[in-house]
Design a protein around this ligand. Structure first.
Ligand SMILES: [Zn+2]
Length: 415
């Protein structure tokens, strides 16, 4: 079971000084900043997923890549761009078209040639044919007539299959080197299975299942079961955007050999509570925002609602008491007091003190052996700025990878 991490140019600056909160003046972003696979050892994923809209931008949404980065990616190819050539050849790079970005359009926004050009120029290992998402799932439609299925869904499913056929035809004509993969979209177990059957008859041996992110796990499993009946014995499935480690054995049993997800990374700073992973649990990170970096706080200072000097005083107080606590020289209550007074000042939306107490008492960062926790210690648990938040995301990727391998190493209960 291979795990692909969708790239968004999330890197950390190794020169960042957590006490002074300064960077080295000699730092060159493209040369010095590090990806998760360069920080965590061994790399926490089997490959990267790069998405055309993330690289090029789409509909006025800015790309995650600067123009210089984009040019370098096309010029050097993805392996060198991500410095994978320096780590041995075992991390794969997969490409897709980011169907979510153009889901509201009638048709996908690229031509099949443009997509092939992108994969070719980036020198990828695997390329996913362009697809069009179906927003909806209704298993009961399997017992009804085809006329009951919304026209839009049927249109998007067959359009995706037509595009996959064109993609494979051109892939062969141009003798592309990357391995082609198609996407099956459906709205029910049988409709997913039908799409897979058609894609196999076109010639695909690797098929991704799309549109399953909002589905409940039993619905994913029911669809996979139906798909597995239609699946050729040598064919492989990829789950787009799904991370449900508790079910990897079931997934594998139905022919799934890979999946991708940003969740472990993004939860570090997007989730309400599950910000810091441990093997069996997760913890809330301690929100100590920068007076200058936090938009809410800055607005309140500008509006004269918050005294800037006092804010800075409380902020410093939080950080120093937390670091003292980490060294064994401060009590949990004292740290909580400081964080709560600071939170009161900028009118935090929620009182997190019970969750904070749990995090502080457990000190999970002290037991983690990942490179991030060993290097920056207690700083990893502070919800504050990209340098801490992204490192916590890297830590989560390391733990996620461990959780995944532990689950896979467990004897399959059915065998
Ligand atoms: Zn760690």
């Amino acid at each position: 079971m291979q795990f692909y991490f969708p790239d968004s140019q999330d890197q950390v600056d190794p020169s960042f000084d957590f006490i002074k909160e300064q960077r080295s003046i000699y730092r060159v972003r493209q040369r010095d900043d590090r990806y998760a696979h360069e920080v965590i050892d061994p790399p926490p994923y089997d490959g990267l997923l790069i998405s055309k809209p993330i690289v090029d931008g789409l509909f006025g949404t800015t790309a995650k890549y600067t123009e210089a980065q984009r040019n370098r990616l096309y010029r050097q190819g993805a392996k060198r761009f991500f410095r994978l050539d320096q780590r041995g050849d075992y991390l794969k790079i997969m490409g897709d078209c980011g169907a979510f970005t153009y889901v509201r359009e009638d048709q996908p926004v690229y031509t099949v040639e443009e997509v092939l050009d992108f994969y070719d120029e980036c020198n990828l290992d695997l390329g996913i044919a362009m697809d069009h998402l179906i927003f909806g799932y209704d298993a009961e439609l399997d017992a009804k007539s085809a006329d009951d299925v919304p026209e839009e869904w049927k249109f998007r499913q067959s359009l995706t299959i037509e595009l996959a056929a064109e993609f494979l035809r051109l892939h062969r004509a141009r003798r592309c080197q990357f391995e082609p993969m198609a996407v099956a979209h459906g709205w029910s177990p049988l409709s997913y299975a039908r799409a897979v059957t058609q894609l196999q008859s076109i010639g695909y041996g690797r098929i991704a299942l799309g549109g399953m992110v909002p589905l409940k796990t039993p619905d994913i499993l029911k669809s996979l079961k139906e798909v597995s009946i239609a699946l050729d014995p040598t064919a492989q499935l990829h789950l787009l955007g799904i991370t449900r480690t508790a079910h990897v054995h079931d997934f594998a049993g139905f022919g799934v050999t890979s999946f991708d997800s940003t969740s472990p990374f993004r939860q570090a700073f997007k989730d309400e509570k599950d910000n810091y992973y441990t093997l069996d649990s997760s913890f809330v990170a301690l929100r100590i925002p920068q007076v200058d970096g936090n938009t809410r706080l800055r607005r309140q200072v500008t509006a004269g609602l918050v005294d800037q000097k006092l804010a800075r005083q409380l902020e410093r107080d939080c950080l120093s008491r937390l670091r003292n606590y980490d060294r064994g020289n401060e009590s949990v209550e004292s740290v909580l007091d400081a964080i709560c007074s600071y939170a009161e000042l900028f009118k935090a939306k929620k009182d997190w003190s019970a969750e904070y107490q749990r995090t502080l008492e457990a000190t999970p960062w002290k037991r983690c052996r990942c490179n991030v926790c060993r290097e920056i210690g207690v700083e990893v648990i502070i919800f504050r700025g990209a340098d801490r938040n992204r490192r916590r995301g890297f830590h989560n990727l390391a733990v996620f990878s461990e959780r995944l391998h532990r689950e896979l190493d467990r004897t399959d209960p059915r065998s």
